[in-house]
Write a protein that binds this ligand. Structure first.
Ligand code: EPZ
Length: 418
């Protein structure tokens, strides 16, 4: 186990380059199972979750090769359709293998992903949509046993716009017999990135990015080459870090149009944010104005930036209200922020924050991916000592070498063995 140590109080300065998006790379890597042949993927981030996805798919017979930063994926010889529980329990996104396996082989035995720190995270919308497409499913020993002769296009309506649910059904539908219409589909940029990859493979998809996606099944798909979009949540995390530390940073290789809600909100706190093509210039101010947020599906304020924005509000002037509109338990970072002196009251899915002029260094514990990011941000401003963030394997799931990137911006931050 490792921990990250931070000596806070330094204003971030300089330039940071954003890595490829974890939540685009995961479904795109899974989509390589839809057809044999050699796919070539660029800008795949070096993350724990990507490693987990590759090891699960290797157990299914998929082969991977790194070629000068390009990930080659070949699923000519699938040897199994069963994902092992011990790997699935570490990453819920393995549910994304269900659609491709059923599309390619008509069979899948996937361990039902359990809940996680931020909520129960059911997959009922995925399963109901697949049943509508003709899949027979049973639950046995915690595994979903699914089989279908050939997937049939269907009219699907999601009760909530589920990101991985939309992605799973898109992958199931591209070679299904007939037309599939997805209503109340998720509109996140990662959905469009997957649709672009599938179109390069020969799929007939329209409407991605809107709440209605229409897919006409095609007989054959071919391997494709694709570069994954940059990670909007990593970019948003660095924007908030600059705002908190009174910094002046340039964020390169991001897609500002994926961050409109976060940019608008940060500007409302008095932070200077300038959009320059595929870069952002973000400067903090002495006084951070408080601002309320409610997390919503895209294009609303992203739930994956909620914990980071809360860290900012902990040192803002006055009171702010944060409402978590997506997950039922995404305030676990609050108790750890309180250990650093934050004044936060929780009432159901609402958190009321009373800004203070400083946070105090302390040993804290990461509990989930984005909560750990908020503790790093709090540590960057906690002066007069060291903040130790423990269990940072949560962080490594979704951020590529985050302490190196912050150190290059002038932060006193390093990693140590526990
Ligand atoms: C994706 O999770 C992301 N993960 C999450 O990022 C992100 O927080 C989330 O979307 C929301 O934007 C990946 O893309 C790998 P949902 P997902 O299905 O797809 C309920 C991170 O930090 N729901 O859009 O699992 C669900 O409980 C991670 O990178 C059902 O009830 O989220 C939630 O309340 C964390 N039944 C809401 O819908 C279902 O079958 C939205 O969840 C599916 C979802």
């Amino acid at each position: 186990m490792e921990k990250i140590i931070i000596e806070g109080g330094k204003a971030l300065k300089g330039t940071v380059r954003i890595s490829g998006a974890k939540n685009a790379a995961l479904p795109i890597i899974a989509s390589c199972m839809l057809t044999g042949g050699r796919h070539r993927l660029h800008n795949i981030p070096r993350l724990r979750d990507i490693k987990t996805m590759k090891s699960i798919m290797s157990k299914l017979g998929v082969s991977f090769r790194e070629d000068h930063g390009i990930l080659e994926v070949n699923s000519d010889n699938l040897t199994s359709c069963e994902t092992p529980y011990d790997l699935v329990k570490t990453m819920r996104a393995s549910i994304l293998l269900l659609g491709p396996l059923l599309a390619r082989y008509g069979k899948a035995r996937i361990s039902l992903p359990g809940g996680c720190a931020i909520g129960a995270r059911p997959v009922n919308f995925h399963l109901k949509a697949l049943a509508d497409m003709g899949v027979d499913m049973s639950l046995e020993q915690g595994y979903i046993n699914a089989s279908v002769d050939r997937l049939t296009g269907a009219n699907i309506f999601f009760d909530l716009p589920t990101v991985t649910g939309t992605e799973n059904i898109m992958m199931a539908a591209v070679t299904a017999h007939g037309k599939t219409v997805l209503k109340n589909a998720a509109k996140e940029p990662e959905i469009l990135d997957l649709a672009n990859m599938l179109r390069k493979m020969g799929a007939d998809i329209k409407g991605d990015g809107t709440d209605t996606i229409i897919i006409h099944g095609t007989k054959r798909l071919n391997p494709a080459e694709h570069s994954v979009i940059p990670d909007r949540i990593e970019a948003g995390t660095f924007m908030i870090a600059s705002a908190m530390t009174g910094g002046d940073i340039h964020i390169e290789g991001c897609r500002p149009e994926h961050l409109s809600a976060a940019i608008k909100k940060l500007r409302s706190t008095g932070t200077f944010v300038e959009v320059n093509g595929n870069g952002l210039h973000v400067k903090g101010t002495d006084i951070i104005e408080s601002s309320d947020i409610k997390t919503m599906p895209f294009p609303g304020f992203p739930t994956d930036l909620q914990a980071q924005f809360m860290a900012l509000m902990c040192i803002a002037k006055g009171w702010s209200m944060i409402r978590e509109g997506i997950f039922e338990n995404r305030f676990i970072h609050v108790s750890e922020l309180r250990r650093m002196g934050a004044e936060i009251e929780i009432n159901g899915n609402q958190a009321l924050i009373k800004g203070r002029d400083r946070l105090l260094p302390a040993p804290v514990m990461a509990t989930d991916l984005r909560a750990s990011a908020s503790l790093i941000l709090a540590g960057l401003v906690a002066e007069g000592g060291r903040t130790e963030v423990h269990r940072i394997y949560h962080l490594d799931r979704g951020y590529e070498a985050i302490e190196k990137k912050f150190r290059n911006l002038g932060a006193a931050i390093w990693r140590e063995k526990e």
